[in-house]
Design a protein around this ligand. Structure first.
Ligand code: NAI
Length: 366
């Protein structure tokens, strides 16, 4: 298994492998870049086919967190944890305490939290061993998904405003792929705004329930990417914009919550060439990170402050869309460039003074 020559490796600062025999924990923690501050990023628990697949995932996700924090103007870097295995079979207090000790060994350079396959009570267990845990069941930001969905809704409105000159969603056709924690909340928000919803989920029963509740039209999971709509909102897995889906897309805007929506950068170029406006994923889906980062602010978590900062996602996107139009370049390229400029600027300023106060505050979290 290649690390430094893996296609997903992008100058990551640290990649650490952890094994705990008693609990069966097999985890990889990747810290991508800590120029802006200590790395923040959740812990994914997934039955990866092999170690190489887990490594690729953690490298890509950690880099995404660096860019997400930079674009959300947060004083944090990017990191991520993956635990290899089936959460249903392996979840235990022992395992998450072992994870907590692994996180603690990084001395505050990285904060973990929940992600796909983990939940706040897992973070409670990890938090018995380290203060460097966010998103516990008590006293923090709670479930980040409704805040993420709120950011995506505002981002969709920004995209609609840019494309159609108004942000009224009434009667607009919006397809939502994936009706889980974020997609379900987003669909409810869109319905409240009067959007004409088309929904799909791998779990057809869940899609049927949402369709009934919200008066949406349900289509098959294999049809959703090709539905004729103004907005397509991918809220399931990554890599959904690829050669095969591009040939079938029939939308004006792609704006959804899923991480790593573009299979490859050239798929972002293809969207641009086809005149489809793409809201870069790590910009539009930053609500969850913004929410959880509030736990590290002086005074602790404040929902109102989190939502106020989530509203800035729309402004950031509007700037990206305008620059993309002016410079005739794809939106994902513009977003990458802005994020890289911010990270470079922080490196030039020197990262030590920025990082220390955050580390000191971290002890209050525990
Ligand atoms: P979730 O696991 O609650 O929901 C995902 C849903 O997508 C499930 O209902 C699943 O059945 C469905 N699904 C999976 N593959 C599908 C397919 N091919 N077609 C249709 N449906 C499919 O996950 P959650 O938390 O809602 O996250 C959704 C996406 O948003 C993920 O990519 C996640 O990484 C990303 N994200 C989530 C954040 C959060 O606050 N939860 C924050 C930022 C990003």
């Amino acid at each position: 298994m290649d690390v430094f020559s893996s296609p997903a490796f992008d100058d990551h600062e640290q990649v650490l492998f952890f094994y705990d025999r008693p609990s069966g924990l097999k985890a990889i923690i990747a810290l991508h870049d800590t120029s802006l501050g200590p790395a923040v990023g959740g812990c994914r628990f997934w039955p990866y086919a092999d170690d190489a697949e887990a490594l690729t995932d953690v490298l890509r996700l950690a880099k995404g967190m660096t860019y997400k924090a930079a674009m959300a103007d947060l004083p944090f870097g990017g990191g991520k944890t993956v635990i290899i295995g089936d959460p249903k079979a392996l979840r235990s207090e022992e395992l998450f305490r072992a994870l907590g000790r692994a996180v603690h060994s990084l001395g505050g350079l990285y904060y973990t939290g929940e992600d796909v396959g983990t939940c706040p009570s897992d973070m409670d267990w990890a938090g018995l061993e380290t203060p460097y845990v966010l998103g516990r069941s008590q006293g923090g930001g709670g479930d980040p998904s409704p805040v993420t969905a709120q950011g995506v809704l505002l981002g969709i409105k920004a995209a609609v405003r840019h494309r159609f000159g108004h942000d009224d969603l009434d009667g607009l056709r919006v397809a939502v792929q994936g009706l889980g924690n974020v997609g379900g909340n987003l669909a409810a928000g869109l319905a409240r705004e009067g959007a004409q919803l088309i929904v799909a989920d791998m779990d057809a029963g869940r899609a049927a329930l949402v369709a009934r509740e919200l008066g949406a039209r349900q289509v098959g999971a294999d049809e959703i990417m090709a539905t004729d709509v103004e907005v397509l909102a991918p809220c399931a897995l990554g890599g959904v914009i690829d050669d095969s889906s591009l040939a079938r897309l029939s939308c004006d805007i792609v704006a959804g919550a899923a991480n790593n929506q573009l299979c490859l950068p050239r798929h972002g170029e293809a969207l641009h060439a086809r005149g489809i406006l793409y809201a870069p994923d790590y910009v539009i889906n930053a609500g969850g990170l913004i929410n959880i980062a509030q736990e590290l602010r002086p005074g602790g978590y404040d929902r109102g402050r989190a939502l106020a900062q989530v509203a800035t996602i729309a402004t950031t996107l509007a700037e990206i869309f305008e620059r993309s139009e002016r410079e005739r370049r794809p939106t994902h390229e513009i977003a990458d460039e802005v994020a890289q400029e911010r990270i470079r600027a922080a490196r030039h300023l020197g990262d030590a003074p920025a990082r220390e106060p955050d580390r000191a505050r971290a002890h209050a979290v525990g």
